[in-house]
Write a protein of this length. Structure first.
Length: 659
């Protein structure tokens, strides 16, 4: 049965997973049935245009006029092309609105007040980074939006206005927090005016609070919050001046905490973490990271050591997420304690923990079979042996970052084991054993998904059935199927390793080989051949390296990588205008292309810009140069010096209008 034979209700259920740009640009051009369904009201209950900078009133207003009564969610965060006319249309037509995200827009106080008055059913509101909303308008939120449950607060005020009206600002925010009785999630991140006094009354029903980068909050403020918000389950106090004293109050009053983020809290040490862990046994998510050594700091900013990890392993066996980035005191002992006790560990980040070695990876491979995400970047002691075993055993791993791991050289992402099979004629497949996949009658079901059976002798099925003897079959275990892999600056990774990645990680959507200067066209050819879902590919290198990739790489990518959207070729010195032109002609899915032009490369800035403009007339060229960041590419030939200057150029190819 063809997809075109599906019923309208079933197609509408499928189309709901598409964003509105795909609905308009793809569905309406496919067939008459899909064109008709693209206007159905059920597809337009949620208007999500986050970050779509090209959205204007002429696109937005018709949607509000036509679908206004059925719209329940609007997300126009970052859409600065919408002005007062568009915001007033929201209040006029969308009376049933439940969720509204206005972050990083130019909405003014009057338009916001009108929305609050005309759309009283709003349950979730985001006004983060709305710089034209006055604090005085916020007093209308508790009165108009009595059912508000989630709020992302305004974070910026005019400094002079805040200094002159500090008491009024604090009073408004105290009233807001006190009178929003139904509020369960409050996001105050990076709010300069959030201080201890604001939380004097607290919110009884609050279970999620984000105070990240709120430097005005101290241990006294945390005490007020912890005492009045005992139902808290998610707390983020990262990048604040909270100390171990505040952690002690949290552990005493908020025993139901499941998520805690104290990253880059310079005053929190092992003592504070141990106190929380002793009382909050339901903790599943803990973030204590500092800055990694790549941040060019003279010392680590992470205060946590193996002491805290061992206590964490003893008291919180349900832990699923742990981030200790930049904590130099974390070693293999602490990680092994976590992996041994916390069997449900899904996400682990130990970036910049310089003492981590293969011992941690072996422990992960043996104990953490539920692992989904791992970041071992800058763990310079990690080698290929440990990573190979990890990827073989952790079959659910989807995300792996291993930047600057110089001992990763010969990646072997599969291993062979011998398995003795007692077989009978009825169990044998009708075709040859060579290259076939056995059923669960021969191998356990747990192995059935990961084994590809190989018979070295390769006998025919008839002779094999005639012998009907137990046979030792060599089996190749297929490792986890990654979707995100970052091997940036793993300087010993070469084509043989890339071939392994391409063969056994065929569901990759993101791959970064930045700084892997040993990789050649042959390795990228394997990637292009096998990784059909690849969307983001980084092949850039540093100025001190010389990439071996040529136009053959571009031809391989243009012919095989149908889903490719982002391609980074910074400092690639062997690409030509012809190769770039062929790539642009054949790969229309591409949304971003990064190139370097100048004396070291074969690319002339003016020529390459004209060639790309001829292929993609709607491109936006942004030139990032050390000497002249404001120079736009149409005027590159204004002087001989500018024409020969080495430049990094970012070309963006936006989608056409979504309506």
């Amino acid at each position: 049965m063809s997809i075109y034979n599906l019923s309208d209700p079933l197609l509408l259920q499928i189309f709901q997973f598409l964003d509105h740009r795909d609905v308009c640009l793809a569905l309406r051009q496919t067939c008459q049935q899909w064109h008709r369904l693209s206007y159905d009201f059920t597809l337009w209950r949620r208007l999500r245009f986050s970050g779509f900078s090209q959205l204007r009133n002429e696109h937005f207003l018709p949607l509000l006029h036509y679908y206004g009564d059925s719209i329940q969610e609007i997300d126009i965060s970052g859409c600065r092309g919408i002005d007062a006319l568009g915001f007033n249309a929201i209040s006029e037509h969308c009376k049933s609105l439940r969720k509204l995200n206005l972050s990083n827009t130019y909405i003014a106080g009057e338009a916001f007040l009108k929305i609050c008055e005309e759309c009283p059913k709003i349950k979730e509101l985001n006004i983060f980074d709305c710089q034209f909303i006055s604090y005085k308008v916020l007093s209308s939120i508790p009165t108009c939006l009595q059912g508000l449950r989630k709020l992302s607060m305004l974070n910026r005020l005019d400094p002079l206005q805040y200094v002159l009206n500090r008491s009024s600002v604090i009073s408004v925010y105290q009233s807001l927090i006190k009178n929003c009785k139904e509020l369960v999630e409050l996001d105050c991140k990076a709010s300069d005016f959030v201080e201890d006094d604001i939380f004097a009354d607290g919110i009884a029903n609050l279970h999620t609070l984000n105070l990240s980068h709120c430097t005005g909050v101290s241990d006294e403020g945390i005490q007020s919050i912890a005492v009045s918000c005992s139902a808290l389950r998610h707390l983020n106090i990262s990048h604040t001046y909270i100390s171990n004293r505040g952690m002690e109050v949290i552990s005493r009053c908020c025993k139901r905490l499941t998520h805690l983020n104290v990253s880059d809290c310079r005053n929190v040490t092992d003592i504070g973490v141990c106190v929380v862990v002793h009382n909050c046994h339901e903790l599943r998510h803990l973030d204590v990271h500092g800055e990694s050594w790549m941040a060019l700091r003279p010392h680590s900013t992470g205060n946590i050591t193996d002491v805290a990890l061992k206590v964490l392993a003893s008291w919180c066996p349900s832990l699923e997420y742990l981030d200790t980035t930049g904590c130099w005191g974390v070693t293999d002992d602490g990680v092994c304690a976590i992996t041994t006790a916390c069997k449900n560990l899904r996400h682990l980040e130990v970036r910049g923990c310089l003492s981590i070695s293969d011992q941690s990876l072996l422990s992960l491979a043996d104990n953490s079979r539920e692992l989904r995400s791992l970041n071992i970047s800058e763990c310079v002691k990690v080698t290929s042996a440990g990573l190979n075993l990890l990827m073989t055993k952790c079959t659910k791993l989807k995300f792996l970052k291993a930047e600057t791991c110089h001992y990763l050289a010969n990646l072997r992402l599969s291993c062979q084991v011998q398995h003795s099979v007692g077989c009978s004629c009825s169990q044998l497949p009708a075709k040859d054993v060579q290259g076939s996949s056995f059923t669960g009658q021969i191998f356990p079901k747990t192995l059935e998904r990961h084994f590809q059976c190989i018979d070295e002798a390769g006998p025919s099925s008839s002779s094999f059935q005639a012998q009907c003897r137990p046979k030792v079959v060599k089996c190749m275990i297929t490792p986890c199927v990654l979707s995100h892999l970052d091997l940036s600056f793993c300087s010993n990774v070469a084509d043989d390793s890339i071939q392994q990645v391409a063969s056994f990680c065929r569901q990759l959507t993101y791959l970064s080989l930045m700084g892997c200067y040993l990789v050649t066209d042959k390795g990228i050819g394997h990637i292009a051949k096998h990784c059909k879902l690849l969307e983001h590919l980084n092949l850039s290198c540093s100025r001190t390296q010389r990439s071996k990739l040529t136009d053959q790489t571009l031809a391989e990518l243009a012919g095989a990588c149908l889903a490719l959207k982002h391609l980074n070729l910074y400092n690639g010195v062997c690409f030509s205008e012809k190769g770039i032109g062929q790539l642009m002609d054949r790969r229309w899915s591409l949304r971003e292309l990064c190139l370097t032009t100048g004396t070291r490369t074969k690319l002339d800035a003016e020529v390459i810009c004209r060639a790309i403009m001829a292929a993609r007339g709607d491109c936006i060229g942004k030139i990032q140069a050390e000497m002249d960041c404001q120079h736009r590419w149409p005027s590159l030939s204004s002087s001989p010096q500018v024409a020969t200057m080495e430049r990094n150029i970012l070309f963006k190819f936006p989608r056409k209008s979504c309506v």
